[in-house]
Design a protein around this ligand. Structure first.
Ligand SMILES: [Zn+2]
Length: 470
């Protein structure tokens, strides 16, 4: 049945510690098969590179073959729309005419940093301490396999969804999002206007907030925009033995220091205010009044978060980081041009234009040229007082009774930002429990997902599809 070499390699699997106990949803036998399927797909190094010429197509083709073997009913019954080379867009036809939903995940992973001090090989998919270790287990093959496993099992039972369910799996999420943009174009050309779109982003996050012991079921309702501005100063250049004051490097250095001194003003977007209100009853006693009255006490909350460290500060303002610097190519040559890249993460409420204006004013030097390198506005805020959001959060409550569901603003970028063009309800949530260490392992080393947590996520996707109203 499992005939591919990748799946065969996966069969030498042993769980350390007790096996997860069976649940009333699925038999244990089916569960261990699903775990093997995830492991087989994690072993395939579907690595994306910003320079697309460096991308090896072979693993992506292998991924597609193994996925088809792992989920035969899905591939037989759902219509596949090949939009771009390595991406997949499936349509599962529902019984009714109501607006469809789109479930998203991505196939690609970020490259391995050879110097990273990983405990377990990134493409080993080894099982240790009840978890599967490997790049992509959380970001984002866990979701992809979770969605496919839910669909496969529902198909086995003869289940038909009440409305169309589209599955959109991009293979360029980590680099450009071109696949997601193409999927959006395909859906738009077919007149598909989704009821809601669900992608990665949030999670059942443990240790999410200092002093809050309950895990938070954070559902992203907006994401920050990512934009880079290149600053450029020009000059005469020349030999370093006869320097002039105010050359390009000095002006770029002064600009960088001025930016450091002029951070963006903090603001509290609506989803963050709602987050405080929702977690207030679970916060430490001393903080409860502050959180519960966050709306009224905004100046105080903003100041507290800015002072609490870089992570809380990023919640309440547009951030900028100077990343790449360049000057002269030799020790004894004065630069005729110097540059600095300012990477901005734009909070909803700001725009690319307003953020660029802030940078221009902070620098206060007309001789410096500003060039926008890539431009992404923050995503519009999806509604929280809404049946689709309610469906997602009540499914969280059903399967994660200890979690506090709440909206929030995603700090990173996801493929779902493209879908805001065709859908006002774009939510970002992966139904997996994640500790702080697990969240930090994403794009780093020793990424891992608990075996039982993964299986529980499959149940979550299953229930979400079962609960779709007509
Ligand atoms: Zn991802």
């Amino acid at each position: 049945m499992l005939s591919s070499p990748a799946l065969e390699r996966a069969s030498s699997y042993a769980v350390r510690g007790p096996l997860p106990t069976s649940t009333h949803y699925f038999a244990l036998v089916g569960d261990s098969e699903v775990v093997e399927k995830l492991r087989a797909l994690v072993r395939i190094p579907t690595v994306s590179h910003t320079d697309e010429s460096l991308i090896d197509p072979a693993p992506f083709e292998e991924f597609r073959r193994v996925l088809a073997e792992a989920f035969p009913l899905l591939h037989e019954r759902l219509a596949l729309h090949q939009v771009r080379d390595h991406s997949l867009l499936f349509r599962w036809e529902g019984s009714g005419e109501a607006d469809p939903v789109v479930l998203m995940a991505h196939i690609d992973v970020v490259p391995i940093e050879e110097s990273a001090p990983g405990q377990h090989p990134p493409f080993g998919a080894e099982i240790h301490d009840g978890a599967i270790w490997g790049r992509g287990t959380l970001d984002d093959k866990g979701s992809l396999v979770g969605i496919c496993a839910a669909v496969e099992r529902l198909l086995e039972q003869g289940f038909v969804p009440t409305r169309d369910v589209w599955l959109s799996f991009g293979a360029r999420e980590e680099v450009s999002g071109a696949d997601a943009a193409a999927a959006v174009e395909e859906l738009r050309s077919r007149g598909v206007a989704p009821w809601f779109v669900l992608d990665e982003g949030g999670a059942v996050a443990h240790e999410a907030f200092p002093g809050v012991t309950s895990p938070l079921g954070v559902v992203g309702v907006s994401e920050k925009g990512t934009t880079t501005i290149e600053l450029r100063a020009e000059g005469r250049g020349g030999h370093s033995s006869t320097p002039e004051r105010g050359g390009p490097t000095a002006r770029i250095a002064r600009a960088v220091v001025r930016l450091e001194k002029r951070p963006f003003a903090p603001s509290l977007p609506e989803p963050t205010l709602e987050l405080f209100t929702r977690i207030a009853p679970h916060a430490p006693l001393a903080l409860r009044p502050l959180f519960a009255n966050a709306r009224r006490l905004q100046p105080l909350v903003k100041r507290a978060l800015v002072l609490a460290g870089p992570e809380p500060a990023a919640l309440v303002r547009t951030t900028m980081a100077v990343t790449m610097l360049s000057g002269s190519p030799a020790h004894n040559v004065i630069a005729s041009s110097a540059t600095a890249a300012v990477n901005l993460r734009i909070l909803v409420g700001d725009t690319v234009a307003s953020a660029t204006e802030h940078v221009r004013k902070a620098i206060a030097d007309d001789s410096i040229q500003l060039d926008l390198v890539d431009v992404n506005e923050p995503s519009p805020v999806s509604p929280t007082d809404d049946p689709a959001f309610e469906l997602i959060t009540s499914t969280i409550t059903e399967l994660f009774a200890d979690a506090v569901p709440t909206p929030y603003v995603v700090m990173a970028a996801t493929d779902s930002r493209y879908f805001t063009a065709i859908c006002p309800r774009v939510y970002r949530f992966t139904p997996f429990r994640m500790t702080k260490a697990q969240r930090e392992s994403i794009h780093s080393h020793d990424e891992h997902i608990g075996v039982e947590d993964f299986l529980h996520g499959v149940r979550w996707y299953t229930r979400l599809i079962e609960r779709l109203p007509a």
